[in-house]
Ligand binder design. Structure first.
Ligand code: BV8
Length: 239
């Protein structure tokens, strides 16, 4: 029996948990989608129209990732995973690797990962921390012009949906951290958990998200402040 009474925690994270590490969010002032048109860089159609621009968009974000560090919120979730007697699964919409670099191990990237590329010819996924050019041949099948970012674009199916649905069904605590609740199916997870009627639901975000009213508990403020404080309360079983 875990020390908090909970047995299984699912934590949905979004760009807001990485904001204080210096990675731009998408929909805040100055966010990524205020600078580039998501239809041009985060859809298969955009990639087909202008693959060079899309490869450059992701190469720039890959390069920037090397200059930032995980923050206290990432580290607090890693501490929870280590000290909590039950299950902890992070389902992240983020394609950065800051959860892993902050010490978390059980991380599911439902929208893929910036540091991976996939070959559309042979299907092989490769670790890729550098720039990617269209003509770069796949290291496995040696074919040029088939490598793409291993991320989920709009209109593409997120990864590991069955595993996520099972985790939502099994959890008795659902936390949502740093997400605006605009992108589906992730934005619908709190409704799914509430319909199941078992789990306590908590939103930890800078400001109320689109789905804030769906949560049993909401805590607003910067992630590096509210997440460590919440995890301390959770582990000292006063929640
Ligand atoms: C799909 C990838 C078929 C790579 C991204 C209903 C059901 C299913 C689909 C849809 C549906 N309705 C519409 C759709 C289609 C679409 C969609 O949701 N469109 C939206 C715009 C309406 N969804 C899809 O296409 C998805 N696939 O539907 O497949 C299907 C059908 C049925 C069932 C299942 C599947 C694929 C979506 C994935 C797209 N890929 N990125 C990349 O990163 O480039 S989306 C992009 O948005 C990122 O992944 C990002 O993570 C994600 C969500 O954004 P957030 O993380 O929430 O970021 P945002 O900036 O919006 O918010 C930041 C928040 O942080 C704010 O609230 C802010 O207040 C807070 N914050 C800021 N600073 C701090 C902070 N909080 C705390 N501390 C701080 N310091």
């Amino acid at each position: 029996m875990s020390q908090t009474g909970y047995k299984s925690i699912v934590i949905l994270t979004g760009a807001g948990i990485s904001a204080e590490s210096g990675l731009n969010t998408f929909r805040d002032a100055g966010g990524i989608w205020t600078k580039v048109n998501l239809e041009d860089v985060a859809t298969p159609e955009g990639f087909a129209r202008n693959p060079v621009m899309v490869q450059e968009f992701y190469s720039a974000r890959r390069k920037n990732l090397a200059n930032v560090e995980p923050n206290a919120a990432h580290e607090a979730l890693a501490r929870l995973e280590k000290e909590f007697a039950g299950e902890v699964l992070i389902v992240t919409q983020n394609v950065d690797n800051l959860h892993e670099r902050g010490g978390s191990e059980n991380v599911l990237h439902m929208h893929g990962e910036l540091l991976k590329v996939r070959c559309d010819n042979c299907g092989q996924v490769h670790h890729w921390p550098d720039e990617l050019f269209c003509e770069t041949p796949c290291p496995s099948c040696k074919t040029p012009n088939y490598l793409r970012p291993h991320v989920v674009w709009f209109g593409e199916m997120p990864f590991e949906m069955m595993r996520i649905d099972q985790a939502l069904e099994d959890c008795d605590l659902f936390l949502s951290i740093g997400t605006s609740g605009n992108v589906y199916p992730a934005a619908g997870y709190v409704a799914t958990v509430r319909q199941l009627g078992r789990a306590h639901t908590v939103e930890l975000n800078l400001e109320p998200s689109e789905g804030a009213t769906m949560f049993a508990e909401v805590i607003h403020g910067p992630a590096t402040k509210i997440v460590p404080a919440y995890i301390d309360r959770l582990l000292n079983k006063s929640v």
